[in-house]
Design a protein around this ligand. Structure first.
Ligand code: SAM
Ligand code: SF4
Length: 442
């Protein structure tokens, strides 16, 4: 590769919000090292994939992408695999995709500058795989955020929960939190730059433990919510075991905290939850839901569910359906169980055939669609605040999100142009299972 001044990189991200934000930090780091980001593989000298291995499909996508672009190696392009597939497959990636020169897990991103030096020196097998036991987070002043109004802050990395089906503890390493001082400094910096919405991130964001011992998670939420200029604070993903009443109390007390909680349940059956090693029962989960339902503000609830975990009986699946009815979520991300390397669930018997998993998924999605249709109808006639995200020219509608994180499409009176990133008051005139419709009020 030639001089740094004209080094160009392309980066594609797969997977969750944590990966999206990691990529913003990786991009910022590369730019600070003198590289320039380009929008296509064709223009790049260095091609990076930030990968996800949560389910088999996500992992296969990355290998397909690598195969598609192998032809570019002849032109001298250098390929790197970052993130969860990199950590999980390690040096095996060099055998499976010999045109790859760098393999780096997320716990090693701090070492990227040194790794770039090795790549530039012509090293064809550069690795960052040995940092999963680190206590340090990837903190950088060079985050390249893509949205100028709404931004992420990772407050806790890794995971120590070891659910029986999940690769994350193996790919992202042990749980480690940033100090509350450092999180608040970043939040203030973002507010100074004009950000009004902050989303705090962590695989289990509410397992946050301030290494300086100053603040609990709920106190940190309140403090971020009180940063001057910040109008909305979100946080994801919460783990039911670590979900305390203090989180509900702080949502009630601090208006800038959004009235939405994503609390993955995974299954409605205590027997399956135990086999999943989720560390709570159905009743304990429902107790947390009851706290939220008795809050002063109406808190919107969403969740993640896995169907077809090994040994899940029809009756246990029905328990998940009955939990949907009991909670009445505003949104559900549902997945067919996907067997993953290294995880204890691989050794469980009674795998559910793929066709049956697909059937359960369809049944669950249909049941949930009816719930959402019903729940969204009750917003009709209300006036909700939307953060304006953009305009759909064909439909002549603007779009945004409510505090509850619902998609809101709306029309505006003649002569008015809402500001992207600004806030609009919208009267709700219609509803669908996955969105609301309204008219901007002036
Ligand atoms: N830490 C969060 C929690 O405990 O709920 C979730 C993080 S995980 C990246 C996101 C979701 O992927 C999980 O909630 C789960 O529903 C799903 N998931 C994880 N492993 C899976 C697997 N092996 N098969 C299917 N879905 C899986
Ligand atoms: Fe995976 Fe469980 Fe950790 Fe969530 S809590 S990241 S599902 S191991």
């Amino acid at each position: 590769m030639s001089d740094r001044a004209d080094k160009k990189f392309y980066l594609e991200t797969f997977g969750c919000q944590m990966n999206v934000h990691d990529s913003e930090k990786v991009i910022g780091t590369l730019i600070s090292e003198g590289y320039r980001q380009v929008p296509t593989v064709e223009e790049a000298d260095l091609v990076l994939y930030n990968t996800c291995s949560i389910r088999d499909k996500a992992e296969q996508k990355v290998f397909h992408r690598l195969a598609d672009y192998k032809k570019f190696q002849k032109q001298g392009k250098v390929f790197g695999v970052l993130g969860c597939v990199a950590q999980q497959e390690g040096e095996k990636i060099f055998e499976r995709a010999p045109h790859v020169s760098m393999v780096c897990g997320s716990a090693s991103y701090r070492n990227l500058p040194q790794m770039l030096v090795q790549i530039e020196a012509g090293n064809r097998h550069v690795t960052g795989l040995d940092d999963r036991q680190t206590d340090e987070c990837f903190e950088t002043e060079f985050t390249s955020r893509t949205n100028p109004h709404r931004g992420y802050i990772t407050i806790i990395e890794g995971c120590d929960k070891f659910c029986a089906y999940c690769v994350v503890p193996f790919t992202r390493g042990k749980e480690r939190s940033r100090t509350s001082d450092s999180v608040l400094a970043e939040a203030r910096q973002m507010a100074d730059l004009g950000y009004t919405e902050i989303q705090l991130l962590g695989q289990n964001v509410n397992s946050y433990k301030d290494p300086a011992g100053k603040m609990s998670f709920a106190e940190l939420l309140a403090a971020v919510g009180q940063v001057a200029g910040i109008r909305r604070v979100r946080f994801t993903t919460s783990h039911p075991r670590d979900f305390g009443k203090d989180i509900v109390e702080v949502i009630d007390a601090v208006q800038t905290l959004c009235d939405h909680v994503h609390l993955p349940v995974q299954s409605g059956s205590t027997r399956v939850l135990d086999a999943m090693q989720r560390l709570y029962t159905r009743d304990q989960y429902l107790e947390r839901i009851a706290w939220m339902k008795s809050a002063k503000r109406e808190i919107s609830l969403t969740t993640d569910i896995i169907v077809g975990f090994p040994g899940e009986t029809e009756a246990e699946f029905e328990e998940t359906l009955s939990l949907l009815d009991a909670v009445e979520y505003d949104g559900v991300f549902s997945f067919k169980y996907s067997p993953r390397p290294n995880t204890p669930a691989l050794n469980l018997e009674d795998a559910i055939p793929d066709g049956e998993k697909a059937r359960r998924l369809t049944v669950l999605m249909e049941r949930q669609r009816d719930i959402q249709k019903r729940r969204n109808q009750r917003h009709i006639g209300q006036c909700l605040e939307a953060m304006v995200e953009g305009k759909n020219e064909t439909r002549a509608q603007w779009n945004g999100r409510t505090s509850q994180n619902k998609v809101l499409n709306f029309v505006v009176p003649d002569g008015i142009t809402p500001t992207i990133g600004g806030y609009a008051s919208v009267e709700i005139t219609g509803s669908f299972p996955n969105s609301l419709l309204g008219q901007m009020m002036v």
